[in-house]
Design a protein around this ligand. Sequence first.
Ligand code: FES
Length: 149
Amino acid sequence: MYELNINKQTYQIEADADTPLLWVLRDILGLTDTKFGCGAGLCGACTVHIDGMAQRACLTPISEVTDAEILTLAGILETETGKKLQQAWNDLDVVQCGYCQPGQIMSAAALLEETGKPSDQDISNSMAGNICRCGTYDRIRQAIHHAAS
Ligand code: FES
Protein backbone atom coordinates (compact mmCIF):
# COMPACT_ATOMS: atom_id res chain seq x y z
CA MET A 1 0.00 0.00 0.00
CA TYR A 2 1.40 3.39 -1.00
CA GLU A 3 0.15 6.81 0.01
CA LEU A 4 0.48 9.49 -2.65
CA ASN A 5 -0.15 13.24 -2.43
CA ILE A 6 -1.58 14.31 -5.79
CA ASN A 7 -2.97 17.80 -6.36
CA LYS A 8 -3.14 18.28 -2.58
CA GLN A 9 -5.25 15.17 -2.04
CA THR A 10 -4.09 11.96 -0.42
CA TYR A 11 -4.65 8.65 -2.18
CA GLN A 12 -4.02 5.10 -0.92
CA ILE A 13 -2.73 2.99 -3.78
CA GLU A 14 -2.57 -0.79 -3.93
CA ALA A 15 0.12 -1.52 -6.53
CA ASP A 16 3.61 -2.94 -6.99
CA ALA A 17 6.55 -0.72 -5.98
CA ASP A 18 7.76 -0.36 -9.56
CA THR A 19 4.39 0.63 -11.00
CA PRO A 20 4.95 3.84 -12.96
CA LEU A 21 3.18 6.91 -11.59
CA LEU A 22 1.57 7.44 -15.01
CA TRP A 23 -0.24 4.09 -14.75
CA VAL A 24 -1.48 4.98 -11.27
CA LEU A 25 -2.73 8.40 -12.37
CA ARG A 26 -4.56 7.22 -15.46
CA ASP A 27 -5.55 3.59 -14.90
CA ILE A 28 -6.06 3.39 -11.14
CA LEU A 29 -7.21 6.92 -10.26
CA GLY A 30 -8.74 7.96 -13.59
CA LEU A 31 -6.81 11.26 -13.58
CA THR A 32 -6.46 11.44 -17.35
CA ASP A 33 -5.16 15.01 -17.58
CA THR A 34 -1.66 13.44 -17.68
CA LYS A 35 -1.18 11.86 -21.11
CA PHE A 36 0.43 8.63 -22.26
CA GLY A 37 2.63 9.15 -25.30
CA CYS A 38 5.63 6.85 -25.60
CA GLY A 39 5.84 5.26 -22.15
CA ALA A 40 9.62 5.43 -22.43
CA GLY A 41 10.63 8.92 -21.33
CA LEU A 42 11.00 10.26 -24.87
CA CYS A 43 8.02 12.50 -25.60
CA GLY A 44 7.15 14.53 -22.48
CA ALA A 45 3.39 13.95 -22.74
CA CYS A 46 3.33 12.51 -19.21
CA THR A 47 5.16 15.42 -17.53
CA VAL A 48 4.06 16.11 -13.94
CA HIS A 49 5.63 18.12 -11.13
CA ILE A 50 7.28 16.20 -8.32
CA ASP A 51 8.25 18.60 -5.56
CA GLY A 52 8.19 21.41 -8.12
CA MET A 53 10.40 19.69 -10.68
CA ALA A 54 9.12 18.62 -14.09
CA GLN A 55 9.46 14.83 -14.27
CA ARG A 56 8.30 11.99 -16.54
CA ALA A 57 5.50 10.09 -14.82
CA CYS A 58 6.07 7.10 -17.13
CA LEU A 59 9.57 6.63 -15.70
CA THR A 60 8.73 7.31 -12.04
CA PRO A 61 8.00 4.28 -9.83
CA ILE A 62 5.42 5.06 -7.18
CA SER A 63 7.72 3.81 -4.44
CA GLU A 64 9.97 6.84 -5.14
CA VAL A 65 7.27 9.50 -4.69
CA THR A 66 5.46 8.54 -1.51
CA ASP A 67 6.81 11.58 0.35
CA ALA A 68 6.53 13.95 -2.57
CA GLU A 69 4.06 16.62 -3.60
CA ILE A 70 2.79 15.59 -7.01
CA LEU A 71 0.98 18.04 -9.28
CA THR A 72 -0.70 17.22 -12.57
CA LEU A 73 -2.14 19.74 -15.02
CA ALA A 74 -5.32 20.02 -12.94
CA GLY A 75 -3.22 20.98 -9.93
CA ILE A 76 -0.98 23.45 -11.73
CA LEU A 77 -3.99 25.25 -13.21
CA GLU A 78 -4.99 26.17 -9.64
CA THR A 79 -1.72 28.08 -9.19
CA GLU A 80 -0.90 31.64 -10.25
CA THR A 81 1.65 30.37 -12.78
CA GLY A 82 -0.78 27.84 -14.20
CA LYS A 83 -3.51 30.45 -14.60
CA LYS A 84 -1.14 32.78 -16.46
CA LEU A 85 -0.06 29.98 -18.76
CA GLN A 86 -3.62 28.87 -19.45
CA GLN A 87 -4.55 32.46 -20.35
CA ALA A 88 -1.49 32.82 -22.59
CA TRP A 89 -2.24 29.48 -24.29
CA ASN A 90 -5.78 30.72 -25.00
CA ASP A 91 -4.72 34.23 -26.06
CA LEU A 92 -2.20 32.88 -28.56
CA ASP A 93 -4.36 29.97 -29.70
CA VAL A 94 -1.47 27.56 -29.13
CA VAL A 95 -3.25 24.24 -29.36
CA GLN A 96 -3.68 22.23 -32.56
CA CYS A 97 -4.59 18.60 -31.74
CA GLY A 98 -3.86 19.27 -28.07
CA TYR A 99 -2.58 15.89 -27.00
CA CYS A 100 0.90 17.01 -25.91
CA GLN A 101 -0.22 20.29 -24.39
CA PRO A 102 -0.70 19.17 -20.75
CA GLY A 103 2.94 18.08 -20.74
CA GLN A 104 4.00 21.27 -22.50
CA ILE A 105 2.25 23.41 -19.89
CA MET A 106 3.77 21.40 -17.04
CA SER A 107 7.29 21.96 -18.40
CA ALA A 108 6.53 25.64 -19.04
CA ALA A 109 5.24 26.03 -15.47
CA ALA A 110 8.40 24.51 -14.00
CA LEU A 111 10.45 26.92 -16.13
CA LEU A 112 8.47 30.00 -15.09
CA GLU A 113 8.62 29.04 -11.43
CA GLU A 114 12.39 28.78 -11.69
CA THR A 115 13.02 31.70 -14.06
CA GLY A 116 10.53 34.56 -13.97
CA LYS A 117 11.51 35.95 -17.38
CA PRO A 118 13.05 33.16 -19.44
CA SER A 119 15.12 33.89 -22.54
CA ASP A 120 14.57 32.09 -25.82
CA GLN A 121 17.51 29.88 -24.91
CA ASP A 122 16.00 29.09 -21.49
CA ILE A 123 12.77 28.09 -23.23
CA SER A 124 14.60 25.94 -25.78
CA ASN A 125 16.53 24.19 -23.03
CA SER A 126 13.52 23.56 -20.79
CA MET A 127 11.07 22.54 -23.49
CA ALA A 128 13.41 20.36 -25.55
CA GLY A 129 12.02 17.14 -24.07
CA ASN A 130 8.41 17.92 -24.99
CA ILE A 131 7.53 16.76 -28.49
CA CYS A 132 4.62 18.26 -30.47
CA ARG A 133 3.72 16.40 -33.68
CA CYS A 134 1.62 19.36 -34.84
CA GLY A 135 4.65 21.66 -34.59
CA THR A 136 3.18 24.29 -32.25
CA TYR A 137 6.66 25.14 -30.95
CA ASP A 138 6.66 28.79 -32.05
CA ARG A 139 3.28 29.48 -30.43
CA ILE A 140 4.39 27.70 -27.25
CA ARG A 141 7.49 29.93 -27.13
CA GLN A 142 5.40 33.06 -27.63
CA ALA A 143 2.88 31.94 -25.01
CA ILE A 144 5.61 31.38 -22.43
CA HIS A 145 6.96 34.90 -23.06
CA HIS A 146 3.38 36.24 -22.88
CA ALA A 147 2.73 34.49 -19.56
CA ALA A 148 6.01 35.86 -18.19
CA SER A 149 5.31 39.46 -19.23
FE1 FES B 1 6.36 9.58 -20.64
FE2 FES B 1 6.41 9.83 -23.33
S1 FES B 1 4.81 8.98 -22.06
S2 FES B 1 7.84 10.62 -21.86
